[in-house]
Design a protein. Sequence first.
Length: 487
Amino acid sequence: MIPQSQYKISASSFYDLSRCRRRVYMDLHGNPEEKSEHSEFLQLLWKRGFQIEKKVLDQIVKEKPVCAVEGIASLETFEQTLALMKQGVPLIYQGVLIFQDKIGRPDLLQRTEGKSGLGGYYYSPCDIKSGRATRSKDSEDLKSHYANQMLFYAELLEAIQGRKPEQGSIIQVDGEIMIFDMDDYFSDYEEVKASVHAIVYDKDEPEPLIGGVCKECVWSKPCLKWAEDKRDPSLLFYMGKQKYKLREKGIHTIEDLAKIDVQAFLRPPLKIHRVAEDTLLQWKRRAQVWVDGRPIVHTSPNLRSARREVFYDIEDDPSSNHVYLHGFIERIDGKTGEFKSFLAIEPLEEKRAAKETWAYIETLSEKDIIYHYGSYENTKLSHLQKKYSLPEETFQKFRRLHVDLCEVVKQSSDWPLTSYGIKSIAKFLGFRWTSEDASGANSIAWYTDYQKDPVGNKDLLEKILTYNREDCEAMIVVHDWLSMNSK
């Protein structure tokens, strides 16, 4: 049997490349000892992906026979797949495709009529996705990483069966099937494939770009260490790929950026294409804050005074579009009250929890303020209002009272931090969550496990409520720091 290490390129290489080129490099060339375990949340997403696949497969089996290939992807399971292809079975589930250094495992291989090396038919790839396949709800343009994966399968099939499938298909989370022409995405695929080959065989090592995508990555620790050792500008909040523009002008480190003469970078030869003065000033200020190691308030924050301040946080599961917890802490005349929560223990209770939240908002006066961190609360309340036909005027009242504290932070202050999320900033200010692994992602994992056995897992419910309460308390810490340090 061919050793698994011989297969250098897989469909996941194309998916990972779209999110982080360095991930592809590290998976092949990184030190395994530096690799972290996959998070509970990521494992949960995989499990849900399998559940969605099974649900779709159960429906397909009712309509036509499906032959499944079981076992890990290997030469043996490839030979099983090839035997089924030669038999001409209508559908092959989890078939394995191998050619030279490439290995792929599409969810389905569908028999299609037409000449090939197999005879009067050939196979086309189909994948089952736990989301939408297009870039947006109204778009017909396939997401690039999905398209590249499908063209990779098509390339393998061409080598194996002597004919390249003209079309591919994706079954979306809502059951809708999207069929697309492979040639529409071929030029982009060739460019991406060249990048993959350079990383795999030339060991073309991409530099880390520190950002939000790093949060769930198993290689985040060595990448962060690299950036810190190099004093890489991508450590600065919202810098990302812009660091390459700086490098072209001789700016290699955070210290370099902190010392720039902004006016000199507004004209040739140092002028950076499409980077205005305001952006340069922001970059320099953030670099100076990073060097000093102390946050600053550079613009008076938009924090109006109110007798009653409400700090609000929700917990939801985006993969199932289910809001399972609304949490509030009130502060009246500077005195912090008890934590209030409206919990949906089961998904069917979401409407009841939403109605309780609506009733609570209705008790607030027009002079009160509702603080939340990020746009999620506003987005989710809008969704719940439409989903359950809840009073529009109550939602509009929330819109009048709410203040996104995250936007206040971004517009008025700078921090020596890569992320301006509530966890990063509140921890910097000394706040600590009870659970060391506290996060929105892990809250979803705890909630999922709790639902399996509510009686036996009461401790998980308490963990979720504590986490939500502490998110509200963290907001208070950040709010008060901004107020005390405002100009």
